[in-house]
Design a protein around this ligand. Sequence first.
Ligand code: GLU
Length: 457
Amino acid sequence: MTVTVRFAPSPTGHLHIGNLRTALFNWLFARRHGGRFVLRFDDTDRERSRSEYADLIAVDLVWIGVSPDRVIRQSERLPLYDAAAERLKAAGLLYPCYETPEELDRKRKRLAARNLPPVYGREALRLTDADRQALEAKGRKPHWRFLLPNFADDPLAPRRTEIHWDDLVRGPQTVDLASLSDPVLVRADGSYLYTLPSIVDDGDVGITHVIRGDDHVTNTGVQIAIFAALGLTAPVFGHHNLLTTLSGEGLSKRSGALSLVSLREAGLEPMAVASLAVLVGLPGAIDAMPDLDELATRMQFEGSSQSASKFDPSELDRLNADLVHAMPLVAVADRLAAMGVPAGQADAFWQTVRANCARVADAAEWVGVAFGDLDRTPELSGEDRQFVAAARDSLPEGEFGPDTWREWTGALKQATGRKGKALFMPLRLALTGRDHGPELAALLPLIGRQRAVARLG
Ligand code: GLU
């Protein structure tokens, strides 16, 4: 069977780096197994879902390099869920309940007062047809619960019923269905909670592996029971740990914190973001991976952390700088052209400046230095100014090349007795306006004779 995974965001906000972790675990898993990746928008919540968010999520994924084999929207698939709900009702596995939220709350409090777990007591199953009619006549609309298979003959006498699954990340797991409330699948207004549509889609689309955050571990036992009730084979489940900020706060789609769009706008490379999103909490160092194929080789669930991983957003700067320092020209040629780097000099320019750039956008500073006018006038002592002027007059003849700097400064050293910083720093300041920067041997040919002469004057 072809490995088929899905990433199922609800389009209620911007994707953040924690959502990306889930998306990439799925994508990389599919990649490793020659499988398929489905993007599913869980947009049944009409109030909170927005198609603009769905569009932005698709853009974020393209930026990272994730292209779905198929895209589905739950809002377009309601008849499938209706059919499944009808089947469960017909089998007596989806039953109407009339309690208000306040009544349910009172029930839970009564149980808590007796030190009992807050499990729904299936009181609605005791209602007669006449009771139901009376409630509906009063305007009560039912919500619908799935009857968990945790009893022999009498649902009012649940007994320990274990569900087992071998979690890809967490290993063997056991849940006792008697410890859980029958889940509400359909709200009183007829809308679906996430559970049933998700299961119906996983079955319909042929999802073989569900890889998601461990906030869903507690749903899995119930979901396996519903897969079985619908005659569907449950997928393999894997629950990865969640990411939190350094202060231990969870990430939220609605807060916009660490959203992919904000990281993109800050000029970070997608692979810096992808590397951190995946590698934090995994065995081994958090290194900048140059592409998704390389990242796939590092993805492993064995030995990954099972408690939340705190991550440091400033790591993104380090990873980004590492990527930029090793980046080939092809990856930046368009951006350099947009900054005004002449095509014929782009390669030499990039080789010269990339080690001084933490972000590609930092190259703009050196575009000015190499090809434009200096944005600042260096402050030189009178003595240094004289030295620089003399240096101008002894610039080697002809086109500047890779050896020009060495020849020039070698001659200056002999002529003036200056060496080290005293020799180089006034020249660097005069030529670039800065006391730091790329190797002058490489920068000087880019600056060229005309600009060099003017700046040394
Ligand atoms: N829409 C759900 C979520 O974002 C999907 C959960 C799942 O992967 O089953 O939490």
